[in-house]
Ligand binder design. Structure first.
Ligand SMILES: [Zn+2]
Length: 292
C-alpha cells in the first residue's frame, strides 16, 4: 500500500509491447550485427542472437488507461503499480537531474506479456526487466514481479517491485549522463565497468526512494506515502535476491566473481542504501569508489 490513494496516474508513460513487435525490427533484421550489452536487472548478455519476431501480445495501453487512474489502483493492481512507479520515478528525475546540472528526458516503459521485440533483441522473462539504450525504452513484463518472489526469493512488498522499475530508470539516467559505455567496454568481473554500472543503478534507485515521498503528481499530490522501514526491507530483499552470488549459487552451486556483471547481494543492498540515505549523485559514484 505504498501509494497515496488520491495520486493521479499517467498511463501514457507505459506502452504496450504488441504493436512494437510488428515494426521494422522483426521484418528487416537490420540490427543483426549490432552488439549491445543490455543493462538489465540481473543479466548482462547481448540479446542479438534471439532476434526472432516474437509473439504478438494485445496492446494493454487502452486497458491501462481505463483501469489505472489513481494511487488506489496502483495499490491493488500490479500493472497500475508499474504505471504509478514509472510516473513517480520520472517525476523524481525531472527535478533531481536538473538540480545536478543535467536535463532529464522522459522515456516510456514497454509493459508486455510473454515476449516482445526491443531494438536490443527479444524481451522476455528469461532475461528479465531491462533498459535498451538503442530505442531508449524500459522493458518489463509485469508477471516478472511474481517471479521476483517465487523464483528469486524477494519478499512480496510493493517496494521490491518499485525498486526494479527504479533500477531500470537508473540506467536511463546513466544513459543521459553518458555513463553506460562503462558497461559496454568492460562487461564482466567483480570490479568491472558492468558491475560498477549496475551498482550505480541500484544507488540511483535508492536516490528515488529517498525522494519518493516528496515526488508529486501534476496536481501536487505525492505519489507515494513516506516509506517505512518495512518498505526499505522489501527493496533490500529484492536487491539482494538479484545479486550475482545469490543467482550463481542457485543456478551453478558455486560463486565465481570473475563472471559477475551486477555485483553481490551485499553490494547491491549497500549501494541502494547509499542512494537512499545520501540522496545525491556524488554519493552514487561507483566508478571512482575504491570499495564496492
Ligand atoms: Zn541493471
Amino acid at each position: 500500500m505504498s501509494f497515496n490513494d488520491n495520486a493521479s496516474l499517467d498511463t501514457s508513460q507505459v506502452s504496450g509491447g504488441g504493436g512494437r513487435g510488428r515494426g521494422g525490427l522483426a521484418v528487416g533484421g537490420g540490427i543483426g550485427g549490432l552488439l549491445i550489452v543490455v543493462v538489465g536487472l540481473f543479466f548482462g548478455v547481448d540479446l542479438t542472437g534471439g532476434s526472432n519476431p516474437g509473439t504478438t501480445t494485445p496492446d494493454p495501453s487502452s486497458t491501462l488507461a481505463q483501469e489505472c487512474r489513481t494511487g488506489a489502483d496502483a495499490n491493488t493492481n500490479v500493472d497500475c503499480r508499474l504505471v504509478g512507479t514509472v510516473n513517480s520515478v520520472q517525476a523524481y528525475w525531472a527535478t533531481a537531474l536538473p538540480a545536478a546540472g543535467a536535463t532529464y528526458v522522459r522515456v516510456n516503459t514497454v509493459g508486455y506479456q510473454g515476449q516482445t521485440q526491443s531494438a536490443c533483441g527479444t524481451a522476455s522473462n528469461a532475461v528479465g526487466p531491462f533498459y535498451c539504450p538503442t530505442d531508449k525504452l524500459v522493458y518489463i513484463d509485469t508477471s516478472f514481479f511474481a517471479e521476483l518472489t517465487s523464483r528469486f526469493g524477494a519478499d512480496g512488498g510493493a517496494l521490491a517491485q518499485e525498486y526494479v522499475v527504479a533500477h531500470e530508470y537508473g540506467h536511463h539516467v546513466q544513459d543521459i549522463l553518458g555513463l553506460l559505455d562503462n558497461a559496454q567496454r568492460d562487461p564482466q568481473g567483480a570490479t568491472s565497468g558492468a558491475v560498477r554500472t549496475e551498482l550505480q543503478a541500484d544507488c540511483l534507485a535508492g536516490m528515488w526512494a529517498n525522494g519518493a515521498a516528496s515526488t508529486k503528481d501534476e496536481n501536487g499530490r505525492a505519489y507515494l506515502k513516506p516509506l517505512t522501514q518495512r518498505d526499505i526491507e522489501s527493496a533490500l530483499s529484492a536487491a539482494s535476491a538479484v545479486g550475482d552470488d545469490r543467482i550463481q549459487q542457485k543456478s551453478q552451486g558455486g560463486v565465481n566473481p570473475e563472471s559477475w556483471t551486477h555485483g553481490s547481494a551485499a553490494q547491491r543492498q549497500r549501494w541502494f542504501t547509499t542512494g537512499y540515505t545520501k540522496g545525491s549523485l556524488q554519493a552514487c559514484d561507483t566508478f571512482s569508489a575504491r570499495t564496492l
